[in-house]
Ligand binder design. Structure first.
Ligand SMILES: NC(=O)c1ccc[n+]([C@@H]2O[C@H](COP(=O)([O-])OP(=O)(O)OC[C@H]3O[C@@H](n4cnc5c(N)ncnc54)[C@H](OP(=O)(O)O)[C@@H]3O)[C@@H](O)[C@H]2O)c1
Length: 236
């Protein structure tokens, strides 16, 4: 398949690039600093998504079967890039007749208000007591601007007619790919506090060809350590 990967220099982006190339896909990697890409056979396009317009991105998405984006603000100065960048990616896709896009958001965003979704549910059905009443309020205070950016990125896709999927991971880890993770449509994973960047990328690549994931938000998490222990005890 022809895939275009935005933010290919990030933690998830590098995994997307590596796994997509290893699977034999024809990949275009988009990065603001292509020098930060590891050696790759992918076609490379430079673009700063804080300032790029759709015309600048069209050559990167033209002819793609799917677009994958792991774009997110690295620093406070980058805040707003997820919404702006995704808006111009969507415009470039529309101009090129490309429909499929998968992006990374975050687990708390289902309950973050945004202009397009001013009254989200107060709690995510996948979140337990500790996350609902302790973890979520705290992290939302610390990452208020970052989450507002991600919520507006989700608005951009919800308002579009693209075949989008929004993946909402909890805390990301640098563990290797396992292919063993749980997913759920429209909610977080109960007891799922972590997922590796490698497994998020694995899922995104798998979801490309799954029409049942179109216009869905997807919670994802690796099994909790206790459950992994039980699973190995049972030999699965
Ligand atoms: N950290 C967590 O535990 C966590 C949990 C849930 C969700 N998330 C979300 O998941 C996203 C992806 O995670 P990650 O670990 O892969 O993030 P990351 O390593 O910080 O990668 C962010 C990517 O966005 C790119 N980017 C930022 N501003 C840009 C701009 N103006 N133009 C072009 N590219 C730009 C970065 O490019 P450069 O390499 O050039 O900086 C980098 O490739 C995060 O950004 C966050 O929104 C994170």
């Amino acid at each position: 398949m022809k895939l275009t990967i935005f933010a290919a220099t990030g933690g998830i982006g590098r995994q997307l690039l590596e796994q997509a190339v290893a699977a034999g896909h024809d990949v275009t990697a988009v990065a603001r600093n292509p020098r930060n890409l590891s050696a790759t056979p992918a076609r490379v396009v430079a673009a700063d998504l804080a300032t790029a317009d759709a015309a600048a991105l069209t050559p990167a998405v033209e002819g793609a079967d799917a677009v994958l984006s792991a774009l997110g603000a690295r620093t406070k100065a980058d805040t707003g890039v997820a919404a702006h960048g995704t808006r111009v990616i969507a415009e470039a896709m529309r101009a090129s007749g490309v429909r499929r896009v998968i992006v990374v958001s975050a687990a708390p965003i289902g309950t973050v208000p945004s202009p397009g979704r001013p009254h989200p549910p107060r709690h995510d059905p996948g979140d337990g007591f500790v996350i609902r009443y302790l973890g979520d309020p705290l992290i939302k205070r610390v990452l208020r601007a970052h989450y507002a950016d991600l919520a507006q990125m989700e608005d951009v896709l919800r308002d579009s007619d693209l075949d989008w999927t929004v993946v909402r991971p909890p805390r990301l880890t640098g563990k290797p790919v396992t292919g063993r993770y749980r997913t759920a449509y429209g909610q977080n994973i109960r007891g799922g506090a972590f997922v590796s960047r490698a497994d998020v990328a694995h899922y995104m690549l798998r979801a490309v060809g799954q029409p049942e994931t179109y216009r869905q938000t997807v919670g994802i998490a690796n099994p909790a350590a206790r459950l992994r222990g039980m699973a190995s005890y049972w030999g699965v």
